[in-house]
Design a protein around this ligand. Structure first.
Ligand code: ZN
Length: 172
């Protein structure tokens, strides 16, 4: 199919030139407003399950692009995580902590404090961060070359003070 909206990192634009007065920062309300209005409309049009899938896939694309453009390359897993942690803080996305690392079996437990997507939201009865699940899957995929299944097991929205994700390699 002919694509009109294929993502390119260039789409993020030249912010120095474009926003000489306002600069690179924006209120989180603006980010969340867009994300959750998108989700509302996607759900109305395509249903809940499809919307979750679309959010996961979008996060995954973002994770791969984030790795390619901001992390670029890492010489080891520790190097990857160190650079990732610093970049996530620098961009104001979240404070990432590796809780469990099983490199042999490709299994990780990862928590994100002060998460951009959900930290401070009202309590809901479901985990919230489908986009983040995809984002983590995309990052791990870009570093390892393998696909990952990622599930959020704790979230601000379920009463926890952090988002916690289990990531497992998909052996295919
Ligand atoms: Zn969450």
């Amino acid at each position: 199919m002919t694509r009109k909206y294929e993502f390119k990192w260039d789409l993020l634009g030249d912010i120095v030139e474009g926003r000489p007065n306002l600069g690179p920062m924006v209120h989180i309300e603006a980010y969340r407003l867009m994300q959750y209005c998108f989700r509302d409309i996607l759900e109305k049009n395509f249903g809940t399950e499809k919307t979750d899938q679309l959010f996961f896939e979008s996060g995954q694309l973002a994770g791969v692009e984030f790795y390619k453009n901001l992390i670029k390359e890492a010489s080891s897993f520790n190097d990857f995580i160190k650079t990732l942690q610093a970049t996530l803080v620098e961009k104001g996305i979240g404070i990432l902590r590796m809780e469990e690392v099983d490199l042999e079996n490709g299994k990780f437990v990862i928590s994100v404090f002060e998460d951009l997507d959900c930290s401070g939201l009202p309590e809901l009865d479901y985990e919230f961060c489908r986009y983040d699940e995809g984002f983590i899957a995309g990052l791990l995929e870009a570093f390892t070359g393998h696909r990952f299944h990622v599930k959020e097991i704790d979230c601000w929205c379920t009463g926890d003070r952090t988002c916690r994700f289990v990531a497992e390699i998909i052996n295919d």
